[in-house]
Ligand binder design. Structure first.
Ligand code: ZN
Length: 177
């Protein structure tokens, strides 16, 4: 907690606010607690929204046997087929969400749509968790294939630098000949 506060003090001037000095530890703690309480309240209110539940249940009921007779690209594995079917359900759910949002706006309750957005995202995650971006290690990055200036694909670690840009090792050798 203290560490987080020290970080805040160091960077407080970067924050968009009217403060002319950093908050004291007590002020900062209170403001953090208020923010956390607000987040928790929003989460709880969003959890009360159940319109997306049926979509989550439908998606989680999908079995590969149910998809027989549907056409998929030949390269699709069973897992790909299920993911594709789940995506279709998410699409249907998004249409529902847009419909709700439109109704809220028309009813002058646009500020409530944020809660629905929360609930929608949570339902989406429950159907198909979004993958975290993979961070490559420097070693892995070296193994990555890249297109050299000569037009050939090479591992990044094999990329040669020539006077007219990059090239692959065999083009580099033939240039030397
Ligand atoms: Zn080449």
């Amino acid at each position: 907690m203290r560490k987080k506060y020290e970080k805040y003090v160091k960077n407080w001037y970067l924050w968009e606010s009217a403060e002319t000095r950093p908050m004291t530890f007590e002020e900062w703690k209170a403001s953090n607690e208020k923010l956390e309480a607000h987040k928790a309240a929003t989460k709880a209110a969003a959890a009360e929204i159940t319109v997306f539940q049926e979509f989550v249940e439908e998606a989680n009921r999908i079995r590969i046997e149910d998809l027989e007779g549907q056409s998929f690209p030949a390269v699709y594995t069973d897992e790909d087929k299920i993911i594709s079917a789940k995506r279709k359900i998410i699409q249907k759910m998004e249409e529902k969400f847009n419909e709700i949002r439109r109704e809220l706006v028309l009813a002058g309750r646009a500020d409530e749509s944020g809660l629905y957005a929360h609930a929608f995202t949570a339902a989406q995650e429950a159907i198909l968790p979004r993958k975290k971006p993979v961070r490559r290690s420097p070693q892995e990055a070296q193994l990555q294939l890249v297109k050299a200036g000569c037009g050939h694909m090479v591992r990044k670690s094999e990329l040669m630098s020539a006077s007219r840009g990059t090239c692959c090792p065999s083009c580099y050798d033939s240039m030397a000949d």
